[in-house]
Design a protein. Structure first.
Length: 229
């Protein structure tokens, strides 16, 4: 579902409907490279960012306007729409972070939460909407804001399954087609009463939980080829 997620609608800029950030935790040694390889084989565009302190303290994630050259200097988050980003938290070790590292972590949190990237024009900053699916790989639960966590429980050493070229092509085509689908809700009038009912059953149930549930239902419907939920 994470592979085929995409932004379907924004009722307002900070509320992207359709995003589904997945955290795969309990990553074993060697598993990061294998998962990254599989993801890269299934999507047309992928970007891997190791979240080591050295990387966070040195890279520029958000674009910055260079007035001397009169152009915007690209940042790593300035990606083509639909590019699948993999964040490798297993590379993070204890240490002290500088101001740039803290700013980069804030930029990543904004990307995961609202699917926006901030452009720094020096005199002011402006957020631009993006559509960048994200998978976070970590040893424990991610410290970044994710929508779901899947802890791995391997029973054997990690390995990439053998897939012939024709099957690989069909899998890539399937992911591309499903990701392009928008699933409508057949009777949206029932959603309010359904939310109230769930709140009555569980007072801790929030509007964000309800929206996440709808997103998962839409994504699952899309994987089955349905256009209406």
């Amino acid at each position: 579902l994470n592979l085929v997620s995409h932004i379907q609608h924004r009722p307002y800029p900070s509320m992207p409907l359709g995003k589904f950030v997945l955290n795969i935790s309990h990553m074993q040694p060697g598993a990061v490279a294998l998962v990254t390889q599989v993801l890269s084989d299934l999507v047309p565009m992928a970007c891997v960012l190791p979240l080591s302190i050295d990387t966070l303290q040195s890279v520029t994630l958000c674009p910055v306007k260079d007035y001397d050259l009169d152009r915007v200097t690209a940042g790593m988050l300035q990606l083509v729409s639909g590019t699948h980003m993999v964040l490798d938290e297993t590379a993070l070790q204890p240490g002290t972070m500088n101001e740039r590292a803290v700013m980069n972590l804030r930029a990543l949190s904004a990307l995961l939460n609202t699917q926006t990237v901030e452009y720094d024009f020096k005199f002011y900053k402006k957020e631009f909407p993006v559509d960048i699916p994200v998978t976070v790989l970590s040893e424990g639960r991610s410290f970044l804001p994710v929508d779901a966590e899947v802890p791995l429980q391997p029973t054997q050493p990690p390995a990439v399954p053998a897939v012939d070229a024709e099957t690989a092509h069909k899998l890539r085509l399937y992911v591309a087609v499903v990701r392009s689908m928008d699933v409508a809700i057949n009777d949206a009038s029932d959603l309010d009463s359904e939310f109230v009912h769930m709140r009555q059953m569980n007072p801790q149930f929030t509007a964000q939980d309800f929206q996440r549930m709808l997103t998962l239902a839409r994504l699952e419907a899309a994987t089955l080829g349905a256009s209406v939920l």
